[in-house]
Design a protein around this ligand. Structure first.
Ligand SMILES: Nc1ncnc2c1ncn2[C@@H]1O[C@H](COP(=O)(O)OP(=O)(O)OP(=O)(O)O)[C@@H](O)[C@H]1O
Ligand SMILES: [Mg+2]
Length: 225
């Protein structure tokens, strides 16, 4: 589903990604592990078009972000990038919820403003998603009223509301207690296995990675080892 080939990226003269290649299939959970500074976050930021890449090929089911033909590297057309970006979603380490919007408003913001979904329909879908994670009663609360684990689950639901085929998580459990960690692990597995998405996770937690992943990819100094 997600295909990454020979991805390279520089910060100034420093090469931080030195030709990364991997795939994540539908229904699969893949974890990226590696020491601090290895390049894990940079990979996710490149995949989500938050950083510029300098070489390689990234595609999701026929729509590419970047491509490489021989020596010629290019970004895809605006339209193709737009289609690509509709297929990928990211849950950030610090959740990135909008502080001035309540839970339901946070979830429907993307579907209404980007996908042009009808507001009532978006609210109905958001309610169903909240039910799945047992947080229906938090619909009208604001982010500051939620625990870390609740914020993480809301951030996951918000990403799912856009119905991406590929979902990326940067350190989804770093701020969580063991119970919340287990819950988030179950949700992530379900997103892959039940909803048939491709899931890509960065984690420092080896037990968590072993528990939820089909495959683990180790990154060292910008390369897969
Ligand atoms: N904006 C930036 N400008 C310059 N160098 C950067 C920038 N962001 C990251 N780097 C460098 O790129 C390399 C990879 O960083 P990255 O954040 O991808 O590591 P990471 O594997 O996610 O580490 P961690 O586990 O600590 O989150 C590091 O050497 C880092 O210093
Ligand atoms: Mg990181």
């Amino acid at each position: 589903m997600l295909e990454v080939r020979n991805l390279k990226k520089f910060y100034g003269k420093k090469e931080v990604l030195k030709g990364i290649s991997f795939e994540v299939h539908r229904g699969e959970v893949v974890s990226l592990i590696g020491l601090s500074g290895a390049g894990k976050t940079t990979i996710l930021r490149c995949l989500n078009d938050l950083e510029k890449c300098h070489e390689g090929y990234i595609t999701i089911e026929g729509d590419s972000l970047i491509k490489q033909e021989g020596d010629i590297f290019s970004y895809s057309s605006k339209e193709e990038i737009k289609r690509y970006k509709r297929k990928i979603g990211m849950v950030f380490q610090n959740f990135n919820l909008f502080p001035h919007l309540n839970v339901i408003e946070n979830i429907i913001e993307g579907p209404v403003s980007v996908l042009k979904m009808d507001k009532n329909e978006a609210e109905k879908k958001a309610g169903e998603l909240l039910k799945r994670i047992n947080l229906e009663e938090k619909a009208k609360e604001y982010p500051f009223q939620l625990s870390g684990g609740e914020k993480q689950r809301i951030a996951i639901v918000r990403a799912c509301a856009m119905n991406p085929k590929v979902l990326c998580f940067d350190e989804p459990t770093s701020a969580l207690d063991p119970d919340s960690k287990r819950q988030v692990g179950e949700i992530i597995k379900e997103l892959a296995k039940k909803d048939n998405r491709a899931v890509l996770i960065i984690t420092h937690d080896m037990d968590f990675a072993k528990n939820i992943s089909d495959r683990i990819i180790k990154i060292r100094e910008g390369k897969i080892v």
